[in-house]
Design a protein around this ligand. Sequence first.
Ligand code: 5AD
Ligand code: SF4
Length: 436
Amino acid sequence: MTAPKKLFIKTYGCQMNVYDSERMAEAMGGQGYVQTQTADDADMILLNTCHIREKAAEKVYSELGRYKGLKAAKPDLKIGVAGCVAQAEGEEIMRRQPMVDLVVGPQSYHRLPEMEAKTREGQKALDTDFPEEGKFDKLIARPKAARGPTAFLTVQEGCDKFCAFCVVPYTRGAEVSRPSDRVLTEARDLVERGVREITLLGQNVNAYHGHDGGLAGLIWALNDIDGLERIRFTTSHPNDMDDALIDAHGDCPKLMPYLHLPVQAGSDKILKRMNRSHTAESYLRVIERLRAVRPDIHLSGDFIVGFPEETEEDFQATLDLIRAVRYGSAYSFKYSTRPGTPAAERPQVSEAEKDDRLQRLQALLSQQQRQLQDEMVGREVNVLFEKPGRMPGQMVGKSEYLHSVHVTTDAAVGEMRRVRITASVTNSLAGELVGN
Ligand code: 5AD
Ligand code: SF4
């Protein structure tokens, strides 16, 4: 028997890339590959890349440069670039870095095994199509190996919203939903393998239309799966938060009280220029309706500071919106010019101004985050344990609200326990089992 070949995948960017990397590793398992955690002993290196902000391509080229020595020492080593930089740069990658054997865009991963075979014959392989056939239908079924208690499951890809700053509609293509029967089959399979919590992924996951009743319909169908304890979803657009989905946050027992709902900015002038097609007020109304059905829901958001022509007054409107919402967590970015997107052509805010605004925004967000975390002390939560903690006898898991909680317990990974929160420290909580 020949020894298995080794595949090293380095994943950048969003959770969807994490999911895609898992699926690519499984597909390559069919070609006799096992995953390795270092590039040094790999027979194939695959960079699964992200293109959302500036210098993404440059980072990929410099990472590739680091593999030059490995390739020279091991000419059989195959090097591939996948993901959104692959989609955006295409053939250019092989021109600039001739040691790259394979370039595969995010919608063509099911063709990876045949592409790898081609490289073994000494040829280059490039595929950045948006093929008719869905990649997930063609990718081999996930193997039956046991899994940890949490998993991502992509249900929707692509985006038709065309926010003026964003490359996603170009790199991931138009919105496509996976049919719910496939999603439900995959979810049941994950549960059989030990998964207790599934996070549904999509660039615009709440625009999902592969099930009657959209994403809410799918969530209710998942709610019926025995053994599945928790459902989450990300990322959502405010305009696609329909009544059924908002109501599900009040009624659906397995849907967790946490929502990532990016707003990007708080000034209506900037929101309009961003082509967001919602206002600060309409966003706040969605939050109000969510809190009416689920008062304890934790909210998370994405923010961009220094979008072209953003004034100090516009920026203050973002701070006001943040104060009005009170976020449990958040991600914030300086606006980054993406060639080919409409905002790239507009008058830019200086780098110094962007730095200053980002600092002030993050100070406010961290303060809110810490305050909401501190308010958990004394409350009871359910913790799904994910891994042992650093202290002996300790386990770490997540609460309903996605806080990390450290607990001294003999519970195993994958078990859920009722926990009273006793302390709040930087980025996590400590708790004790209820009833002990
Ligand atoms: N510059 C800065 N941030 C961006 N995002 C998307 N495009 C850009 C850009 N050009 C942020 C948005 C989005 C998150 C995934 O990344 O906040 O919600
Ligand atoms: Fe990008 Fe806007 Fe689509 Fe989100 S909704 S992926 S920010 S274009």
